[in-house]
Ligand binder design. Structure first.
Ligand SMILES: C[S@@+](CC[C@H](N)C(=O)[O-])C[C@H]1O[C@@H](n2cnc3c(N)ncnc32)[C@H](O)[C@@H]1O
Length: 196
């Protein structure tokens, strides 16, 4: 079985557009096989977006593991931030680039990267619905590696399901960051980790 985070040149393609309503505004996104949550906005992602004080987000923002692009594009449309979006999945990046055009957002850029390998600047915010199925080792490389790419007092925002180890993750994050559970929706925790 092909997981959403693998590169697979033989993966079949059937691109189509989904519509997403956020704060009473309609966004449209190209989706395809091999990208996360192609049937619609993931509940965890929506919970994360709804928990952000989105209009107040500014400076440099990284949407880590952008998939087809909902976090970065919706944050861009509701803020004055300068947004970078990355994903290891080349199809996700192709779709994100098309979705940037489709939603006519500005000051936004998408590129392929395995974890932070192609990242060369620091951010005020890193926002992510992180890949859980990659396993703890890579997940921790992402979430603790993020410290190096955050400005001082920069904020890492993430969503994780209680059943996927939110409590032990919180405990571990609190050793490196100033951590707060900003919101809980169903079994999802929305966590803000400040690089203090
Ligand atoms: C849970 S999905 C979230 C996608 C999108 N942000 C959303 O909310 O719909 C996690 C994303 O992380 C990406 N990913 C997995 N491993 C990665 C890695 N090593 N480096 C960068 N991105 C990775 C996956 O391809 C996937 O698009």
């Amino acid at each position: 079985m092909s997981h959403y985070f693998t590169k697979n040149n033989n993966l079949k393609s059937d691109e189509y557009i989904i519509n997403i309503l956020f704060k009473e505004k309609k966004y449209s996104f190209y989706v395809d096989y091999g990208v996360f949550s192609k049937k619609g906005l993931d509940f965890g992602t929506r919970s994360l977006l709804e928990s952000l004080d989105i209009e107040k987000i500014n400076g440099n923002v990284l949407d880590f593991g952008c998939g087809y692009g909902p976090i970065g594009i919706i944050v861009s449309d509701n803020s004055n931030a300068q947004i970078d979006m990355l994903d290891i999945n080349d199809r996700a990046i192709k779709l994100t680039k098309k979705n940037i055009e489709l939603n006519r957002v500005k000051n936004i850029n998408a590129f392929e990267s395995d974890i932070f390998e192609n990242v060369n600047k620091k951010y005020n915010f890193i926002i992510t619905n992180p890949p859980i199925r990659v396993g703890k080792e890579i997940l921790y490389k992402i979430l603790f590696g993020a410290k190096e790419y955050l400005e001082k007092n920069g904020e890492l925002w993430l969503v994780i399901n209680k059943n996927q180890g939110a409590k032990s993750l919180l405990n571990d994050l609190s050793k490196e960051y100033n951590v707060e559970v900003v919101n809980k929706k169903k079994s999802f925790y929305i966590i803000r980790a400040i690089n203090n």
